[in-house]
Design a protein around this ligand. Structure first.
Ligand SMILES: NC(=O)c1ccc[n+]([C@@H]2O[C@H](COP(=O)([O-])OP(=O)(O)OC[C@H]3O[C@@H](n4cnc5c(N)ncnc54)[C@H](O)[C@@H]3O)[C@@H](O)[C@H]2O)c1
Length: 245
């Protein structure tokens, strides 16, 4: 605990699920956190939490992010959490849907990193964390063509940022989970014909016998944001209960 004392972090997709878990863990580690999400209603649950400033913002909007970066000033850590799961194999995916997945899953990491990286470079340090997935260049799963393709691109993005800015004190690492029990995961499960069976199937994908939790992912994010990981950059950290082993 207190590994992020005196640090400022921006967390996108902060209103629920993994991002919410990251906000809570970063605050517990002593950080001042800007919690950013499109969903102002859900985000308002974090209003008044000590150490948290909420900012309703569409992370595809570069101008809104530039304004936010002016408000935050230089930050120490950026958690790029925004992502969306498109369901479908290639023949159920349109070119427009593929574009939309790239815009949301890759474009938001690009836009937020572009907004906050200059301040980090000025300060000579910073940790950028991206959300990939084991559904990427790591493993193929059925019906995730657009999602996995965009999450593979996030790995390329992460490694490129790491390579370009390592010598100037910036680290960039990707987190690649398997199934994590979040509101959007629950919605996908509830949309299936037999949700109870689907939940059991998702749990059994992991040899440990359960889905991950936002807290599991947040613990790794805190490590990657902290100086404990100062020799780690350009890495893709798989956290999947053994699913891809
Ligand atoms: N849940 C999983 O099983 C899992 C597994 C691997 C990777 N991931 C990745 O982790 C990340 C978080 O997943 P989750 O399941 O917690 O997500 P979630 O869908 O439960 O929450 C996503 C949040 O992002 C916000 N958001 C969406 N578009 C936005 C935008 N344009 N600007 C700002 N905020 C926006 C939503 O309002 C929501 O609060 C995603 O990138 C996802 O792809 C999730």
């Amino acid at each position: 605990m207190n590994r992020l004392q005196g640090r400022t972090a921006v967390v996108t997709a902060a209103a629920q699920g993994i991002g919410r878990g990251v906000v809570e863990r970063f605050v517990a580690e002593g950080a001042q956190v800007w919690a950013v999400d499109l969903n102002a209603d859900a985000l308002s649950e974090l209003d008044g939490v000590e150490g948290v400033t909420t900012a309703a913002c569409d992370v595809t909007d570069a101008e809104a992010l530039a304004e936010l970066a002016r408000r935050t000033g230089p930050i120490d850590a950026l958690f790029n959490g925004v992502g969306f799961v498109h369901v479908g194999a290639l023949l159920e995916t349109t070119a427009a849907e593929l574009d939309a997945s790239f815009r949301l899953n890759v474009g938001t990491a690009f836009a937020a990193t572009a907004a906050f990286l200059p301040g980090m470079l000025e300060a000579g340090s910073g940790s950028i964390i991206t959300m990939s997935s084991v559904q990427s260049s790591i493993r193929g799963f059925p019906n995730r063509l657009a999602y996995a393709t965009s999450k593979a691109a996030i790995i390329g993005f992460t490694k490129s940022v790491a390579a370009d800015y390592a010598a100037r004190g910036i680290r960039c690492n990707a987190i690649a989970p398997s199934a994590v029990d979040t509101p959007s995961m629950r919605a996908r499960i509830d949309a299936m014909p037999d949700p109870e069976r689907a939940a059991a199937d998702f749990a059994s994908r992991q040899p440990v016998g359960r889905m991950g939790t936002p807290e599991d992912i947040a613990a790794l994010a805190a490590y990657l944001a902290s100086d404990e990981s100062s020799f780690t950059t350009g890495s893709v950290v798989v956290i999947d209960g053994g699913a891809s082993s």
